[in-house]
Design a protein around this ligand. Structure first.
Ligand code: AMP
Length: 295
């Protein structure tokens, strides 16, 4: 583990790798006692520039940056890609050393979920639509692990990507409803030069599928153009998006959705600010993307 630090010299070498839950909390307690502002970036690893943009924002705004690197089993349903999800801790540590992250928290599943673990954080409303319909247990897993990570890291601020727009709304609702003392910040989607939203799952795509995957961003761009041009009928916008997505032979649409930016409730007619979200399977790979259209 080339870039991992060893106990005692974290001042010189970053990031410092912590795998033990209790140790992470002890260190976070000590930092808070020194008056440090802690920024947490929750990730599942296999880091790319999207993740790094969050860590850089945390670095700019906080005294201490903790990046969690944990493929959370409880947010995957049986048959999803938990086993094959890329795990690249060494490369992640190298990238994070380049931006000066202070701690990487990479716990074992058995330390996060010891025998007898029996809690579940369930957020209603906004977690039930869209991803919630296609992945019914997903957001319980996300909310539970995120609350655990907030508690373990004593985070003052936590950074999330707009890439997972619904996830941010679910986490914000959890914070609001449960009075969680962590501020949520959402940062823009980082894209490849050709427009594909960066995702750890893009590496599942064959080179042909990688080209087809561009239809997600193209469909969202078309939706924005139509809305800015005055189109208000969501069904007209969906039809235009569908026509673009269907140009990709292996694309299957899970959903296209124009919704209220906070509740995500569907809008038949566009009014005010909206978010356009979609989930599309390209072959065996399920991709999500979205675009906020502010007016
Ligand atoms: P993940 O490792 O996929 O769970 O993502 C960890 C965090 O990185 C989440 O808050 C994601 O929304 C964010 N993220 C993932 N991809 C991107 C991207 N392309 N641009 C910005 N943030 C991203």
């Amino acid at each position: 583990m080339a870039e991992a630090n060893v106990a005692g010299n974290e001042e010189e070498l970053k990031p410092y790798l912590v795998v033990d839950v209790k140790e992470m909390s002890k260190r976070a307690d000590a930092l808070r006692a020194q008056g440090k502002r802690i920024g947490l970036v929750p990730t599942m690893g296999a880091l790319h520039l999207g993740h790094l943009s969050l860590a850089i924002a945390a670095k700019n705004e906080c005294d201490v940056v903790i990046v969690s690197d944990f493929v959370n089993p409880t947010q995957f349903a049986p048959g999803e890609d938990y086993d094959k999800y890329p795990r690249t801790l060494d490369a992640d540590l190298t990238l994070l050393s380049q931006i000066g992250a202070d701690y990487v928290f990479a716990p074992k599943p058995s330390d996060m979920y010891p025998d007898g673990f029996d809690a579940k954080v369930h957020i209603g409303g906004v977690s039930q639509l869209l991803e919630g319909e296609f992945r019914p247990t997903h957001f319980d897993g996300v909310a539970t692990v995120v609350l655990k990570l907030f508690n373990i890291s004593r985070a003052n601020v936590a950074y999330f990507g707009q890439k997972d727009y619904q996830q941010v709304q679910v986490v914000q609702k959890m914070v609001d409803d449960l009075n969680v003392p962590t501020t949520i910040e959402m940062l823009p989607i980082i894209r490849e030069p050709d427009g594909l939203a960066m995702s750890s799952r893009n590496q599942y795509l064959s080179s042909e599928e990688r080209k087809e995957a561009l239809v997600l961003n193209e469909a969202l761009a078309e939706a924005e153009t139509l809305i800015r041009g005055g189109e208000r009928d969501a069904n007209v916008i969906y039809a235009a998006m569908r026509a673009i997505i269907e140009r990709a032979p292996s694309a299957k649409i899970d959903y296209m959705h124009i919704g209220d930016p906070k509740s995500l409730l569907p809008l038949e007619r566009v009014a005010g600010n909206v978010v356009v979200l979609l989930a599309v399977r390209i072959g065996a790979t399920r991709l999500i993307d979205n675009r906020i259209v502010e007016r």
